[in-house]
Design a protein around this ligand. Structure first.
Ligand SMILES: Cc1cc2nc3c(=O)[nH]c(=O)nc-3n(C[C@H](O)[C@H](O)[C@H](O)COP(=O)(O)OP(=O)(O)OC[C@H]3O[C@@H](n4cnc5c(N)ncnc54)[C@H](O)[C@@H]3O)c2cc1C
Length: 295
């Protein structure tokens, strides 16, 4: 096996790359510094038949206790750039950024430059690439196009129409988002700042932000709130091992100590069974599993 360069490590602990603080080792872990290096790694992985997965900020990811077979890709600092393409006085801002940019860095710059609508992303943890893959907080409505590298190393540009964004869904071919062009209407910076500030206050009052989690465990069923359904089953505070249904927000499962992936999945299954029994509603996980539960 001849991996290009030295951006590849073996047995990297995924718990160090997830907000849940859960997960065993990745067999191989790569942090490419640019698109050329990424393409070279993907071509080699494809040639030798190594399975590839991708992790961004790891804030919507539950990594298996046994870790992940094959190669886990994590874009390096070279993918954290951001630049405004439009004239600062133009009524619309066009912004190009790397997929590993922290979503909160984008929000900070939106407040500074008056990019409107970004308050929807205020407080959203993780990276822009992960937010695009999840269509987190409806980020798709700001997207103009993305750059994607397919698993065989082919480069693609995709427009918003091709990505068919909907609730927590993006029509992405298997591959790695490397860059994103966003567009925002402009408002005076104090207006943008005020909207972002209020959105942050609301999030801090309503969400579970103190304990490790991966945000909402389940998607909201059409017309319903998953948190409300779970709350009505009386499951707030229910616990398996060190995984607990948050007492603050019932759709958050939190790690109160040394929870394992198995604890979290067992608790999620318990929640799903109870909600199905009581409301005849099947909850669909929002959190994505990385690796295999039973090896
Ligand atoms: C406290 C807390 C609050 C949260 N609140 C919200 C909320 O209000 N709304 C909401 O929608 N979500 C919320 N989340 C979930 C999560 O923060 C978002 O989904 C976030 O956008 C995921 O970004 P990430 O980089 O961490 O993705 P990751 O967890 O790393 O990955 C998520 C998925 O995207 C894929 N992916 C990641 N990067 C790339 C890439 N470059 N190319 C291709 N695929 C990629 C991964 O393979 C995986 O399938 C919350 C999470 C936490 C911990």
């Amino acid at each position: 096996m001849t991996w290009p360069r030295d951006c590849i490590r073996q047995r990297e602990l995924l718990a160090n790359h997830t907000s849940f603080r859960i997960g065993g080792p990745a067999e191989w872990f790569a942090e490419p510094s640019g698109v050329d290096e990424l393409v070279a790694i993907l071509r080699e992985a494809s040639r030798i038949g190594v399975p590839v997965s991708v992790i961004g900020g790891g804030t919507n990811t539950l990594a298996a206790d046994r870790g992940a077979r094959g190669l886990v890709l994590h874009l390096g600092p070279g993918f954290r750039t951001i630049r405004e393409l439009s004239h600062p006085e133009a009524p619309m801002a066009y912004v190009v950024c790397g997929a590993a940019l922290l979503t909160q860095r984008l929000v900070f710059l939106a407040a500074k430059h008056g990019w409107d609508g970004v308050e929807a992303l205020a407080g959203l943890p993780g990276q822009v690439g992960g937010a695009v893959a999840m269509n987190a907080q409806g980020i798709g409505r700001f997207i103009r196009e993305i750059s994607l590298v397919l698993l065989d190393g082919t480069l693609r540009q995709l427009t918003r129409d091709q990505l068919r964004f909907s609730y927590r869904y993006t029509a992405l071919e298997p591959g790695i988002v490397t860059g994103v062009v966003l567009q925002f209407p402009k408002v005076p910076p104090p207006t943008a700042y005020e909207r972002i500030h209020r959105a942050l206050q609301y999030r801090n009052q309503t969400q579970e932000v103190r304990l490790p989690s991966a945000g909402c465990a389940f998607k909201n069923p059409p017309g319903m709130g998953a948190g409300r359904l779970i709350d009505q089953t009386g499951l707030k505070g229910a616990r398996i091992g060190d995984a607990q249904v948050s007492c603050r927000h019932a759709n958050f499962i939190v790690n109160v100590g040394h929870a394992t992936c198995d604890d979290v999945l067992s608790l999620m299954e318990h929640v799903q069974r109870r909600v199905l029994q009581e409301f005849r509603v099947r909850l669909e996980p929002e959190v994505r599993l990385l690796g295999e539960r039973f090896g």
